[in-house]
Design a protein around this ligand. Structure first.
Ligand SMILES: Nc1nc2c(ncn2[C@@H]2O[C@H](COP(=O)(O)OP(=O)(O)O)[C@@H](O)[C@H]2O)c(=O)[nH]1
Ligand SMILES: [Mg+2]
Length: 375
């Protein structure tokens, strides 16, 4: 600025000097305005939804970067309630508005049924839930508080009563194998990565089996997760027989004294019979050597809603699924799919994926879930 002014003076005349002064004044004013605005924003109690959303998004990005950098050593698992915010809104709003009348009419119950159906609970199950809830309210049928309590009790009962623990063989001699199956892109590999970290942190010696030999990139993706959880990984050549890769991984685990093998498989459609037969072979072989299949986990993308259920049925029949991992419940999924999975498959949701980060996997908890739906 000084140089500029000097040059201007040399050139003679006052006009450039005035222009430069005005520019300096404008800059000073802009700086002052920014400072004032910032102060105001930081003082305002609710900085406004836009600002909060931007802040949250920034927090998430920073969280994810930190998570990646640090291998998420101390990232606490998020609570189911916190991470279900979007899955919840599909149900919570309509349910609350139907049940917040002075008296719960026939029409209000119809609205409850519709809200359940829209939230992916499924037609038959939604009607059953509402019928049972109404029967529960008995004489107090039109009291909103009683109706809400009956609905919550009904959901708790339907979701409850399942063993959601992940099984181990228990004799400590043969490694337990957890086999992951499902269609492409549902989150199998990511879930294995998250679980490897969780189980390793809890003291298990974990081996990953890169049983998705269909794409070369698949075992690279798993290798990245292995690094993050310090798990050993056994890979085969591209196109290798997945059953033999899983077999080798189990033998390697037994030789190293590892207690858990997490076996990845290539995604496949439930309608592809030869690929479903291949999966049955993987399961058989994983059980035939030094290990035992203790869990066969179907990984379902919650955002596929009712479509996911048809796949699930076929997988359940083909490979005797013992539990469901419902992923992407942090996205546009509707929470009702949890109820549908259990009602229609008779298989418990054991884990819920609520993000792409290493800590974004939470055990499913019925009470927490039902409370969250009505919060
Ligand atoms: N938002 C979200 N994304 C997920 C979740 N689980 C997996 N993903 C993403 O889904 C995509 C497919 O995951 P991947 O593990 O490769 O699926 P796979 O084909 O079944 O092995 C990846 O971009 C993952 O980051 C989850 O719980 N939430
Ligand atoms: Mg995969």
């Amino acid at each position: 600025m000084t140089l500029l002014l000097a040059a201007d003076l040399d050139g003679g005349g006052m006009t450039p000097l005035i222009v430069a002064g005005l520019v300096a004044l404008a800059v000073a004013l802009v700086v002052a305005a920014i400072v004032v605005l910032r102060r105001r924003r930081s003082r305002a109690p609710g900085a406004g939804d836009g600002a909060t959303a931007v802040g949250d998004a920034a927090d998430r990005v920073i969280g994810r970067l930190a998570d990646r950098a640090a291998g998420a050593a101390d990232v606490p698992a998020p609570s189911l309630r916190d991470r279900l915010s979007r899955a919840r809104t599909a149900l919570t709003g309509p349910l609350t508005s139907a049940l917040e009348r002075t008296s719960v009419s026939e029409e209000a119950w119809t609205e409850v049924t519709e809200a359940l159906i829209r939230a992916d609970v499924g037609l038959a199950t939604s009607s059953e839930i509402v019928d049972s809830a109404r029967a529960r309210t008995g004489a107090a049928g039109d009291d909103p508080a009683a109706a809400k309590a009956a609905l919550q009790a009904e959901l708790r009962e339907r979701l409850g009563g399942f063993d959601r623990s992940l099984a181990r063989r228990g004799d400590g001699e043969r490694p337990s194998v957890w086999l992951f199956v499902g269609v492409n892109g549902t989150g199998k590999t990511t879930t294995i990565g998250k679980l490897a970290k969780r189980e390793a942190d809890a003291g298990s010696r974990v081996v990953l089996a890169a049983g998705d030999t269909f794409r070369a990139a698949a075992s690279d993706q798993l290798a990245m997760w292995a690094e993050r959880s310090s798990a050993h990984i056994v890979r085969g050549a591209a196109g290798a027989d997945p059953a033999s890769v899983v077999y080798d991984a189990v033998e390697s685990a037994a030789a190293r004294g590892a207690d858990l093998v997490l076996a990845d498989t290539a995604g496949r459609f439930h309608t592809e019979q030869n690929l479903m037969a291949e999966l049955q072979k993987v399961r058989r072989v994983a059980d035939s050597g030094s290990g035992v299949v203790a869990e066969t986990l179907l990984v379902l993308d919650a955002t596929t809603g009712q479509n996911g259920l048809a796949q699930a049925q076929q997988f359940t029949e083909a490979v005797d699924v013992t539990g469901v991992v419902l992923t992407k419940l942090d996205g546009s999924a509707k929470g009702g799919i949890v109820v549908a999975v259990q009602a229609e498959l008779g298989v418990p949701v054991k884990l819920v994926g609520v993000g792409e980060g290493i800590a974004d996997l939470v055990p499913f908890d019925t009470s927490e879930f039902v409370d969250a739906l009505f919060a």
